[in-house]
Design a protein around this ligand. Sequence first.
Ligand SMILES: O=C(CO)[C@H](O)[C@H](O)COP(=O)(O)O
Ligand SMILES: [Fe+2]
Length: 217
Amino acid sequence: MKNLLAPSILAADFCVLGEQIREADEAGADYIHIDVMDGMFVPSISFGMPVVSSIRRATGKLFDVHMMVQDPERYLKDFAACGADSITVHAECCRHLDRTLQEIRELGLRAGVALNPATPLSYLDYVLDKTDMVLLMTVNPGFGGQAFIESSLEKIRTLRQRLDAQGLETDIEVDGGINRKTLPRVLEAGANVIVAGSAVFGGDICKNVKELKEMMK
Ligand SMILES: O=C(CO)[C@H](O)[C@H](O)COP(=O)(O)O
Ligand SMILES: [Fe+2]
């Protein structure tokens, strides 16, 4: 499977957001990871549709929208209209996960399901055929810059084994605490879409993207 790097703009300098996204794009980022937080499912509030529309002008790279939002089905059409290419919803937030995933695909987007660190993989049992990507949170969602949760490794490994056993090439995305130390470990466990916030935007963006991409070859 192809390994892909998805810099999380939550860690960017919002004063120069477009420029930093362009820098990450030109250095070789594959996706742009966009964390939408509602202050309900997670304590923090980040940004919404107007910001996504604006930054759409900065890059043609795939917009990977991670919705940390209660009842996210309320906003699917809006984010599709703003330029999202992929929408990932938390299983913990959806009363009708199967329907929500279908709606995302009907909008012509890639559909993702996110699981918190404490949420079991069994939440995926009956929706894998409607899921393009599983996002395994490797920190508790809500903030950037947190430490990687070790038990995630076994969860990634188990999920990859289950997908392989079913002949599925579903992407496994990991999000939270990914850096030069944890990256080789999550890749080895079977993750292939790598979100990195502080490890990309904390410091020299171009150098960080290039080094992380090199480690993913
Ligand atoms: O979804 C998220 C937080 O809920 C972010 O994508 C994640 O925290 C990335 O930040 P870092 O790489 O600094 O941990
Ligand atoms: Fe995220």
